[in-house]
Design a protein around this ligand. Structure first.
Ligand code: NAP
Length: 276
């Protein structure tokens, strides 16, 4: 039977995953397809049963189902259990459906060469930050500080993942010169005004790397501000593409082209942004 893959979410029409996976499948001459499926909030269990019944070979999971899908799968990979969220489901040869999370590792791959001695500042302590912090820890990076609007949420992340320390946004701003890599993970990135900065960057270290996991707009207010200091900036497209590439390799056993895909999506989003 021809393989087919899907992405489930609500909303789903904005997702770039269908374009990305369809392009890779064609590039690699794989006879398979990938479709977006809009699932009603209260119909997740029925949707998962239908995907299994129809022999879906694997699917992506996006907002708001990354946590809620866990009870409906046959097994969950240890990392996804610790993160508490699944973004990828893989069908095994004995017809079991296993949940994985490729978001955090995807983000780290998008950073390019970094070393465990680097001091990392995460801004935000939500679901995406959780996946990224978990992946850093797994790769042996322990110099991690999590700054969040609600300090208690950063403390929960630190306690549950047993890594790093929690600080307020103000403390992060006042000690910014300590950090080599700064990662903006709040939805503030989606707003363009300067008031959308979670922290000011006056104390930014020379040669720091500044990332924002938001990719629409391609250049967020936070990245625009960082560019004034002539540091390396990275937007969220790399995370999207690298998590997709990891998922693609779980499903098809081969790693697709990531650089070409980032360029294709930049053009699709109407921009000329280059990570530098
Ligand atoms: P989430 O779980 O809702 O977490 C949001 C985080 O942002 C929380 O720490 C929250 O702080 C903080 N926050 C929200 N509004 C804020 C504000 N006005 N000022 C300061 N902090 C604020 O969201 P998520 O799932 O982590 O997603 C975050 C963003 O990442 C979204 O924009 C999403 O689109 C993007 N994302 C991108 C990719 C990619 O592939 N590039 C993947 C996943 C997510 P409190 O604890 O105080 O509420």
């Amino acid at each position: 039977m021809k393989k087919w893959f899907a992405v489930i979410g609500n909303p789903i029409s904005h997702s770039l995953s269908p374009t990305m996976h369809e392009t890779w499948l064609k590039q690699m001459n794989l006879d398979a397809s990938y479709i977006p499926i809009h699932v009603e909030q209260d119909k997740l269990e029925q949707a998962v049963e239908s995907l299994k019944l129809l022999g879906c070979s694997g699917w992506n999971v996006t907002i708001p189902f990354k946590e809620a899908i866990i009870p409906f799968l046959d097994e969950i990979d240890d990392s996804a259990v610790e993160i508490g969220a699944v973004n990828t489901v893989v069908k095994t040869t004995d017809n079991k459906y296993i949940g994985y999370n490729t978001d955090g590792l995807g983000f780290i791959e998008s950073l390019g060469p970094i070393v465990p001695q680097h001091n990392i500042l995460m801004i935000g302590a939500g679901g995406a930050a959780r996946g990224i912090v978990h992946a850093f820890k797994r790769l042996g990076y322990t110099h991690i500080t999590i700054a969040n609007r609600t300090l208690v949420n950063a403390n929960v992340l630190v306690d549950e993942l047993m890594v790093g320390q929690a600080v307020t946004l103000e403390e992060a701003e006042n000690t910014l010169e300590k950090f080599d890599i700064i990662i903006q993970t709040t939805p503030l990135g989606m707003k363009s005004s300067e008031s959308a900065l979670p922290i000011q960057l006056n104390r930014l270290k020379e040669h720091a790397i500044v990332a924002d996991i938001v990719y629409n707009p391609l250049v967020t207010a936070f990245l625009k501000e960082a560019m004034k200091y002539n540091v390396r900036t990275i937007n969220g497209l790399g995370m999207l593409v690298h998590q997709g590439a990891l998922t693609f390799s779980y499903w098809n056993g081969v790693k697709p082209d990531t650089d070409g895909m980032i360029q294709q999506l930049i053009e699709q989003l109407g921009g000329s942004y280059v990570n530098r």
